[in-house]
Design a protein around this ligand. Sequence first.
Ligand code: NI
Length: 175
Amino acid sequence: MAIRQIVHLPEPILRKKAKPVTKFDKDLQVLIDDMFETMREAPGVGLAAPQINLPMQLAVVEYAEDEDQGQGAPLPKKKQYVLINPEIVKVSDEKVIGIEGCLSIPGLVGEVERYEAIQVKALNRHGAPVKIKVDGWMARIFQHEIDHLNGILFTDKAVRVWKPGEDKDKETPLD
Ligand code: NI
């Protein structure tokens, strides 16, 4: 496995629509493993192929639902997803605002409104169709990563953006 280089704004690929994946060969398996490794090292909870300069509709997600399990409880198990050619097919009526950052936009965070729950149709790493239902933070991560595959960044949707460490209430929104 290898760490791939993460590109930052204003790298043009971050603004382009990625192309569907059609070959599920050995190279793809290596790439997916590299993306998980790159994401963990960053560290992040999701990574989309355009962020490592590849115009492919491919994203990886790894996140442990942060449930209150009490002291001494085992750490929650991390859930992993590979999303290939994903499509959001159903969304909740409810939307929620939460704080996001992005490995391709270092030094900025923002409040973004997302669907509380979504249903996604995608292909897994072997090209088999899957349908995934997610809610809460996992749904937020999915929407952020799927946006990347369409050239959309969280700063496009954020209701306010600021630099971490600064008091956001005193901060002038950047967009
Ligand atoms: Ni991102």
